[in-house]
Design a protein around this ligand. Structure first.
Ligand code: ZN
Length: 296
């Protein structure tokens, strides 16, 4: 039987937030069984807790934002992706501003924190969300699908008409249960176009964005010295985001996610569509040996 997981000890890091540009500290703290993932704004008095669940999702433009009684925590997807990748069920995520630090634009810093903290198995069976029916949402030519599958498969296709992205493989697929998250996904960075940058800045977004935390594309190619970390880093980052967004279902999913040009908004619609159909899923525990395991 696979047990619920938390961290062995508290771990902290700090950096700047990508949208506000402000300096922020993040601390991951162990939590009891059945706590789930809870973000806490510890800069507020009293501190405000927002559980990382679909119910609390507010804005999904450019990032996934949690909202509770007027308090916001934006860009939660990279932290959640690392926690999902390691199958962490219970943890408090304390931050002292409205957004976790972006670090290098990937989930690498958060996987390093999890590795530094260590993982403790708890005295309760781990719950999974088993997909029992195919659920599909679409918008224009974009779509996102959850389907029954004996694993935790994530497939993604992007289709950018940009020479540097077209030169890479725009489709990728992984199975989280094969323990590939840390090595194959967590290092894939956020990317953005220089042509969008001025617009975002004017709208008080991407205030903290730089070549230190974003793969930036100009008309010709990748501006970052050192180029890409993976040949297909762009589509891998989309998988990283999808893993984080899907963890807002509160459990690791047993099923297959397929995304075609989708993003945070469509991921949210997909979760809402799934949760609105009680015959489409079931919360289960895994009896006996797992066929494979998460990264530890
Ligand atoms: Zn992202």
């Amino acid at each position: 039987m696979l047990r619920q997981r938390t961290l062995t000890k508290s771990v902290s890091a700090s950096g700047i937030a990508i949208h506000t540009g402000k300096s922020v500290a993040i601390t991951l703290q162990p939590a009891d069984i059945n706590t789930g993932i809870i973000f806490r704004r510890i800069d507020l008095h009293p501190p405000v807790e927002i559980p990382a669940t679909t119910h609390y999702v507010g804005d999904t433009r450019l990032n996934t934002t949690l909202t509770h009684e007027g308090v916001h925590i934006s860009t939660v997807e990279h932290v959640l992706s690392a926690l999902a990748g390691y199958g962490i069920d219970n943890v408090y995520v304390d931050i002292d501003n409205a957004e976790p630090p972006v670090m290098d634009g990937s989930a690498l810093a958060f996987t390093s924190l999890i590795e530094a903290a260590g993982i403790t198995e708890q005295d309760a069976p781990k719950k999974f969300l088993l997909i029992k029916k195919t659920i599909r949402v679409e918008e224009d030519d974009k779509f996102a699908v959850l389907a029954p599958h004996p694993g935790a498969k994530f497939s993604f296709t992007i289709d950018f008409d940009h020479p540097a992205i077209k030169a890479t493989q725009q489709t990728a697929e992984i199975d989280l249960m094969t323990g590939v998250f840390a090595k194959e996904i967590s290092g894939a960075r956020t990317f953005g176009f220089l042509s969008d940058y001025e617009y975002l800045k004017k709208n008080q977004l991407a205030q903290g964005a730089s070549l230190e935390n974003t793969v930036v594309l100009d008309d010709k190619g990748v501006m970052n010295e050192g180029g890409l970390r993976y040949e297909n880093e762009f589509v891998r980052h989309k998988i990283l985001d999808a893993i984080g967004d899907l963890f807002l279902l509160q459990h690791n999913v047993i099923g297959a996610f397929t995304g075609y040009k989708s993003g945070h908004a469509l991921s949210h619609q997909l979760r809402l569509a799934l949760l609105s159909d009680p015959t489409a899923y079931e919360v289960v525990t895994w009896e006996g040996e797992m066929p494979s395991s998460f990264a530890v």
